[in-house]
Design a protein around this ligand. Structure first.
Ligand code: ARG
Length: 306
């Protein structure tokens, strides 16, 4: 069995919070009548950045677009895929999001320019409103596969493109909870064996498949996930940076040897996102070849044309 810390989680991009506001409602948490306090939002964002840097992570800052109030949720800009064993342009690539809602599609050209400037080769599963939707908050590598939530934001059709484009096996999970509309609100890999999992975000089959995939899940109730946003945390080595941590979850993390650091990002909960949503990991590797196949919808590479 694989042990140890995640291979990723040491390099992040964050988008400057200067344009963050609630201009529209595209998830049940948003209400344009309830606006964030800009000074508090800036403070919380700076504290998060400082905390990550203090833990030894690198944080790159992407400038805000004035007309993109949700771009601060950097996780959704695209999915980085590093393939250290490859040569050529796909070695550092980013699969850009094709946002479900038109209000956010303005972010993608800016994300593309930024990632290209950093030496990432961009690709798409769909763009400009045409083709499959994919939002990167729906995808995480775990035990050599790519786990992808679909339903509210990402189309099931995108899974085939992801498998083909990245050359990985994709495990699709159907998200059915409107409040946990991205995978990163219900699933957080902690290391190769452990992850926070909120089964009530998924349909029964997908919940079972995810619990089968994670050797030792820390299971969250719906109330824990929605009340604390604790699945929307980031992991730097053995430290979990969390917006809040229910006592029961804290006891589990203590027992597993994780340190917990709390950072308040309440202003960003008004837009429907927390710590994971505010950060985009730039050091994700994909396609490790591990023999861990079981359960769920599995899409192998090379099936997009089928
Ligand atoms: N208001 C944003 C949206 O609805 C929040 C995105 C949260 N991001 C995330 N990775 N879950 O798209």
């Amino acid at each position: 069995m694989v042990q140890g810390t995640l291979e990723w989680g040491w390099r992040y991009a964050m988008v400057d919070p200067s344009a963050y506001r609630i201009d529209y409602a595209i998830n049940p948490h948003m209400d344009p009548a309830v606006q964030p306090d800009p000074a508090r939002a800036r403070d919380q964002w700076e504290t998060l950045r400082g905390t990550l840097v203090g833990l030894g992570a690198t944080v790159e800052v992407i400038p805000a677009l004035p007309d993109a109030p949700d771009m601060v949720y950097a996780m959704n800009l695209g999915l980085v895929a590093l393939r250290p064993e490859w040569t050529g342009p796909g070695r550092r690539s980013v699969l850009l999001s094709h946002m479900r809602y038109p209000q956010r599609r303005i972010e993608t050209p800016a994300a593309r320019a930024w990632f290209e400037g950093q030496g990432f080769a961009p690709s798409y599963v769909g763009r400009d409103g045409i083709g499959a939707h994919f939002e990167a908050g729906d995808a995480f590598p775990f035990r050599g596969d790519l786990v992808v939530g679909h339903g509210p934001r990402t189309d099931e059709l995108a899974l085939k493109h992801l498998a083909d484009d990245l050359g990985v096996q994709v495990r699709g999970l159907r998200i059915v909870h409107p409040g946990m509309y991205h995978l990163d609100l219900a699933f957080c890999p902690l290391d190769d064996d452990h992850a926070l999992v909120c089964p009530s975000a998924f349909d029964d089959e997908s919940a079972t498949a995810l619990l089968d995939l994670v050797p030792q899940p820390v299971i969250l109730s719906e109330e824990e996930a929605l009340g604390s946003w604790c699945a929307n945390s980031v992991v730097v080595g053995r430290t979990v940076v969390m917006p809040d941590c229910p006592r029961r979850v804290r006891n589990w993390l203590d027992a597993l040897g994780f340190d917990v650091v709390l950072v308040e990002v309440s202003e960003f909960h008004l837009g429907g996102g927390s710590i994971r949503c505010l950060t985009n990991p730039l050091d994700l590797t994909v396609g490790r070849d591990l023999d861990v196949l079981s359960g769920g919808l599995v899409v192998a590479p090379g099936t997009a044309a089928a």
